[in-house]
Design a protein around this ligand. Sequence first.
Ligand code: AVJ
Length: 316
Amino acid sequence: MNYPVRARTSFAADLHAGLALTRRSVSPKYFYDDIGSRLFEQICELPEYYPTRSELGLLRAHAAEMAECMGPRAQLIEYGAGALRKVRFLLDRLESPQAFVPLDISGAHLLAACDELQQDYPALCIAPVVADFTQPHDLPPRPAPGSGGRRVGFFPGSSIGNFTPEEAQDFLRMAAQELRGGGLLIGIDLIKDPAVLHAAYNDAAGVTAAFNLNLLERARRELGAEFDADGFFHSAFYNAPLQRIEMHLMSRRRQALLLDGVPYQFDAGQTLHTENSYKYSVAGFQAQAARAGFRPGPVWTDEREWFGLLWLQSPP
Ligand code: AVJ
């Protein structure tokens, strides 16, 4: 795709490229500047947003069984580390882990979270890697064959839901290779009543709307984008055939958004697609993981079967 302005950042470049598409879209990774990250933390506390609470409940209740799957002396890799809150449930149950290796694209946040974790786990060897885990990345060497430990992965939060089925397959293939001889514990949001999904992404307090709209506000702050503050609104709905929540920023009227002097015309009702959040069935996800080389193992779900944590074994 060709656009007339030399972009200053990948955000600028990706936003230009996404705005030039017939179906305008931008990656949800651009939600997470400081303000967006704080808004996401607030989303996790919302009464309507069940995934975080459901997953924490599963970890609280079953971390010992999950740690059992991972085995003694594990080298634990976490994909997309965030605040490192959830992994504590595993660390509390793992038998003599060799190392904890959190991967995250945001170096400052990752290192701050590691400092905090180290204070509570002084004996733990923490080896953070600043990297985009969807791209080729370095890891510390695998546990030595005689050490009795395996390399295992943790990918909580149903973050895989942001990936298209093709991207999810690429990630699972990469992980199955990287974790061969060990396995992966992964959180997925399950298919459920669309009314429950709708409420989770259209909360009454409007935090998800603010989170979505922050993407444009960020473009204004960082890139000097020009548009009417009230010209766009939050739109989130369940696309049942594609089994995903879609979030969009919808234009209220015919207007132009100006980025680096380039006018992008929006008609009334036209949208910028900002996020997909795919929902899975346990069996459907296990089948996809099997195609990537994993052997499905134990599954933990809450009573309502709204969220799942799945153990996927990766053969040597
Ligand atoms: C962080 C991708 C798991 O898809 O539910 C929450 C992000 N977007 N509310 C999700 C999100 C709107 C979240 N993930």
